[in-house]
Ligand binder design. Structure first.
Ligand code: ADP
Ligand code: MG
Ligand code: MG
Length: 249
């Protein structure tokens, strides 16, 4: 399972996460909800090892192994995958090349053989078909000129090929219409399984109609301040985050 204990993270010397504790057992999907600026994205970045997110205290382990001592590529090799709120565009690199490079980097880090070109094409064609993506789109530079929905499908495609064991989705629902949301949710739900854990970060309840969480946590001011079942998400949708916001002194 994912076990986060008393986690403190600073960005540019400013403390953002302040003693966050959270366990996600294998096979479970936990939602992280919270007001803007609470530290939700910081949590995703810090667990995946993004440079600039400095862990100053506490522990993060995945399947019993410390993650904080590993660089992002090593974490990815352990199965950690972060889906971004704002996917990056890479002008010079065709999407296909990018995905194959990521897949082979993961394989190398695991000491496995790289995937052959024909085998990769077979896999990527099957995955793009399942996601109703036009295969020719994958020959274009990564995410350049892609719509919001196309970028999300692109991420789900990467996910389907990399088969992460710890999946973190950060505001994957932002800017998606209902059809795109369903495709994303189907892609994520297809990855659900007894070995995988997922953290679904979202500001809104809507995504959780499609990706049903086992538990819901409220992250406010750098900590988990409330936890419950899916009903907590509905309560937040109805009541907002006011009661979790710091009261001005
Ligand atoms: P959320 O995803 O919950 O909206 P974030 O994790 O993005 O929140 O941000 C949490 C806090 O950290 C915010 O107050 C934000 O302004 C601050 N923050 C995020 N990134 C940086 C940065 N690169 N430099 C300084 N402060 C940052
Ligand atoms: Mg935000
Ligand atoms: Mg965020």
């Amino acid at each position: 399972m994912l076990s986060i204990s008393n986690f403190h993270v600073s960005v540019a010397d400013t403390p953002i996460l302040k003693g966050l504790t959270l366990d996600v057992p294998a096979g479970e999907v936990h939602a992280i909800m919270g007001p803007n600026g609470a530290g939700k994205s910081t949590l995703g970045y810090a667990v995946s090892g993004r440079p600039g997110y400095e862990a100053t205290e506490g522990t993060v382990t995945w399947r019993g192994e410390d993650l904080l001592g590993l660089d992002p590529a090593e974490r990815a090799a352990k199965g950690v995958f972060l889906s971004f709120q704002y996917p990056i565009e890479i002008p010079g690199v065709p999407a296909l090349t990018f995905v194959r490079t990521a897949l082979n980097a993961q394989k190398r880090a695991r000491g496995e053989a790289e995937v052959s070109a024909p085998e990769f094409l077979k896999q990527v064609k099957a995955a793009s078909k399942a996601l109703k993506m036009d295969f020719d789109m994958l020959k274009r530079p990564l995410n350049v000129g892609f719509s919001g929905g196309e970028k999300k499908r692109m991420e789900i495609l990467q996910m389907a090929l990399l088969e992460p064991s710890l999946l973190i989705l950060d505001e994957t629902d932002s800017g998606l219409d209902i059809d795109a949301l369903r495709i994303v949710a189907d892609g994520v739900n297809a990855l659900r399984g007894p070995e995988r854990s997922m953290l679904v970060i979202t500001h809104y309840q809507r995504l959780l109609d499609y990706i049903k969480p086992d538990k819901v946590h409220v992250l406010a001011a750098g900590k988990i301040v409330a936890s419950g079942g899916p009903e907590l998400a509905h309560q937040l949708e109805a009541e907002g985050y006011d009661k979790y916001l710091p009261v001005a002194a």
